[in-house]
Design a protein around this ligand. Structure first.
Ligand SMILES: Nc1ncnc2c1ncn2[C@@H]1O[C@H](COP(=O)(O)OP(=O)(O)OP(=O)(O)O)[C@@H](O)[C@H]1O
Ligand SMILES: [Mg+2]
Length: 255
């Protein structure tokens, strides 16, 4: 239990850290670099199973870099720190091993496969080892994709492409879903549809970290929130605290 994290609103919030191995998901003192550029500067995170965390911050704060380091991509290079999922150390593992362990990143560019239909995109995602949702389960969650299953994926609207990107992640075994700016450029009605899907997979025990510029929309969905600034976490608290406090949001998120 991380009771202090829930309560504290501190400029230099460092969560009370329980043993990382005992957490569902934990990041300890992460330091990551692009070449000599020191970007992720000592990030700590703790998540319980099924929690949704909003990872917020100004442009260039290091949010995408943090997600990439968690997903164990080679860039930025992790030079120090630990990543634990269900007691398993991932800091010395590669991206494919993190994916196999259940960490699925949905990057900002969505990575739709060109020249293939919606369904072919889903089938290819399913080829990955581990058991995710079946195609029919995915269509239950994404009725818009079911209607467009034969349509070439690149001809989908931006919102539908985002849904397909999330659906591709769910076609794999997913324990921790990392969403990088899923609402970017989408109409409010589509944002709500994606929110509904993330809520329904939460009910199945899937844990999510959502990075968003649309802080209010992300907070509406989230249990907890952290704010990053220049590679460090400068606020840790509940989503409610940030939703209820526009001044706090302005202080940390205003551009
Ligand atoms: N491939 C790269 N090589 C060198 N520096 C990089 C690279 N990618 C990002 N950076 C730098 O790292 C810093 C953090 O970038 P990052 O993309 O993690 O920020 P972010 O919080 O996701 O920002 P945004 O809200 O604009 O997406 C920025 O200063 C950025 O210029
Ligand atoms: Mg980013």
């Amino acid at each position: 239990m991380n009771v202090m994290t829930e309560q504290s609103v501190q400029a230099t919030a460092t969560p009370i850290q329980a043993n990382a191995q005992d957490q569902f998901f934990a990041v300890r003192d992460l330091h990551a670099y692009y070449g000599e550029s020191y970007i992720v500067q000592g990030v700590n995170l703790d998540l319980r199973k099924g929690e949704i965390l909003a990872l917020l911050g100004r442009n260039g704060a290091g949010k995408t870099s943090t997600l990439r380091a968690i997903a164990r991509l080679d860039n930025p290079e992790l030079r120090a720190g630990e990543v634990w999922l269900e007691g398993k150390p991932l800091h010395n593992q590669k991206a494919w091993q993190a994916s196999r362990a259940g960490i699925q990143l949905v990057p900002e560019d969505r990575r739709i496969i060109q020249g293939m239909s919606v369904e072919e995109n889903l089938i290819l995602a399913q080829v990955a080892p581990g058991h995710g949702m079946t195609i029919e389960e995915l269509y239950d969650h994404f009725p818009r994709l079911a209607e467009r299953r034969k349509q070439e994926a690149v001809t989908l609207s931006g919102g539908e492409q985002q849904m397909l990107a999330v659906a591709r992640a769910l076609a794999r075994e997913v324990k921790l879903l990392l969403l990088d700016e899923p609402y970017e450029g989408l109409a409010p009605v589509i944002v709500q549809e994606i929110e509904r899907i993330v809520q329904s997979i939460k009910a199945r025990g899937i844990t999510t970290i959502i990075v968003e510029q649309n802080a209010v929309a992300a907070l509406r969905l989230s249990d907890r929130a952290v704010i990053m600034d220049t590679g460090q976490i400068v606020f840790t608290g509940t989503a409610r605290q940030l939703l209820d406090d526009a001044q706090l949001r302005n202080e940390y998120l205003a551009i």
